[in-house]
Design a protein around this ligand. Structure first.
Ligand SMILES: C[S@@+](CC[C@H](N)C(=O)[O-])C[C@H]1O[C@@H](n2cnc3c(N)ncnc32)[C@H](O)[C@@H]1O
Length: 268
């Protein structure tokens, strides 16, 4: 009987590539398992897994995100103005960088909606934590964040001293159910489409796992390549993700190519 691809071998082959070697192993294993279930040929499974990792992670990244964070902290330590150092490092993550020209208005809108939270959770954060200097926070604030890039995650707490905010970072695969920390504000910026591409229903499951009175969700209104749109109707996607959850739509705005939504908890 013909045997399908060996999922462990697919995982090893994918993680042998320098681009993906630093990713959360559980995240890559999930994708390697899916690839092995889908194909009978080992090379086809590896190719598929790499394509999924490119969509979920590689497409956004230039160079090392961890190095970008360390360079930012070191530049601030050498006297470079905080916001200038952040903007320079943000360029390494296409999604975060797209927001650079509207940062002031973007985070002003979040302050108008959410005030000055002392606990923030930024899910699938990319280089979003480099925008902390634009976010209004309360005293002794903690900024919890997660993504699938282990080197990025190990570098992010190094922003605590320069920013005067406690930055706590965890490597997490948000497609796998797990509890998330309680926070006054959750940021889910340009993350739902990426999660939904990985597994139908993942966006809804993440919203269901949240423990926060307010969630700010954003969706990109065009793909990085501009060849196609992630979703023709961001509002419809938010409605589908929030249907049956504890959240209801309480505000919306748009900045550049990004549609921004405020969800408020209506039960509990
Ligand atoms: C479009 S980017 C958004 C980044 C950031 N939130 C922002 O708007 O600047 C999507 C992010 O999701 C992360 N990601 C993709 N799949 C993930 C998963 N399953 N679990 C956690 N993070 C994931 C990627 O590494 C990437 O940083």
């Amino acid at each position: 009987m013909a045997r399908g691809p060996d999922a462990v071998a697919v995982l090893r082959q994918v993680m042998a590539s320098a681009k993906y070697a630093g990713l959360d192993e559980g995240f890559v294993r999930r994708i390697a398992d899916e690839a092995s279930d889908r194909f009978t040929d080992q090379n086809a499974a590896v190719k598929y897994a790499k394509r999924k990792l490119h969509q979920a992670f590689g497409a956004f990244v230039t160079g090392s995100l961890g190095d970008g964070v360390r360079a930012c902290a070191s530049a601030i330590g050498s006297g470079v103005p905080v916001r200038a150092a952040c903007l320079a490092s943000m360029r390494r993550h296409a999604s975060t960088a797209e927001r650079a020209v509207v940062l002031a208005q973007f985070y002003q809108q979040i302050e108008t909606w959410c005030g000055r939270p002392s606990t923030v959770a930024d899910l699938a954060c990319g280089l979003g934590p480099l925008a902390i200097p634009w976010l209004s926070t309360g005293p002794d604030a903690t900024y919890w964040c997660c993504d699938v890039d282990r080197d990025l995650i190990s570098a992010l707490p190094g922003l605590s001293a320069p920013f005067g905010v406690t930055v706590v970072a965890e490597s997490r695969d948000l497609v796998r159910p797990a509890s998330l920390p309680r926070a006054e504000l959750v940021l889910l910026l340009k993350a739902l489409s990426t999660l939904e591409q990985q597994r139908g229903g993942a966006a809804r499951d993440v919203l269901a796992a949240l423990d926060a009175p307010r969630v700010v969700v954003s969706l990109s209104r065009g793909s990085l390549s501009r060849r196609r749109r992630y979703t023709d109707d961001p509002l419809e996607m938010i409605g589908t993700a929030a249907a049956g959850s504890d959240y209801q739509l309480a505000g919306q705005a748009a900045f550049g190519d990004e549609a921004l939504f405020l969800l408020e908890r209506c039960r509990r």
